[in-house]
Design a protein around this ligand. Structure first.
Ligand SMILES: [Zn+2]
Length: 183
């Protein structure tokens, strides 16, 4: 398990590099991501969130709409190849922004292509929570956070809330309580 980087960490704003080799260090990274995510009771975690600037994320999503990809997995070098025009509003949060949750519209259906840790091609079709997770985690790999996608008024409120917390000294890393459903 590795500490989760919190908003303000410059790595969260950098574009992550493609994974060049499907070797044992990649498998260790996938294991660390999965264990850290499970420990935090989150739904998704991208490598930059644990301090690694590579294009990998892990997810643990329970959603009735899912079939073969079930509850958990990972994707290396993901590309969102399809995103439905129809958007769904739902609550969204992030393990790197503890305590902040906002309603955010995301595509209702997303298809991601990439590779598993052994280099085998992978295609994941997600709807609802999994679609949201695939979009949120791929954003992380491009240095984009979910608050960037809020409308300007809500975004200002979110930034205000963050700065109030920093002033109050509450910006402590996530490690203490379950954050069910956070991405
Ligand atoms: Zn996140």
């Amino acid at each position: 398990m590795r500490p989760i980087r919190i908003f303000g960490d410059p790595l969260l704003r950098r574009i992550a590099a493609p994974v060049p080799d499907f070797d044992s260090s990649l498998r260790r990274l996938v294991r660390d991501l999965t264990e850290t995510l499970t420990d935090a009771s989150g739904a998704g975690l991208a490598a930059p969130q644990i301090g690694v600037g590579l294009r990998v994320f892990a997810y643990v999503v329970t959603d009735e709409s899912m079939e073969e990809y079930g509850t958990m997995g990972h994707v290396v070098n993901p590309v969102l190849v399809e995103q439905s025009a129809e958007a769904i509003e739902d609550t969204e949060g992030c393990l790197s922004l503890p305590g902040l949750e906002y309603e955010l519209a995301r595509p209702g259906r997303v298809v991601a292509e990439g590779f598993d840790q052994h280099g085998e091609p992978l295609r994941i079709e997600g709807t609802e929570r999994l679609a949201r997770c695939l979009a949120h985690e791929t954003d992380h790999l491009d240095g984009v956070l979910f608050i960037d996608r809020l409308d300007p008024v809500t975004r200002r409120r979110a930034l205000q809330e963050i700065s109030e917390r920093v002033v109050a000294g509450e910006d402590v890393p996530v490690k203490r309580s379950p954050h069910s459903g956070l991405l």
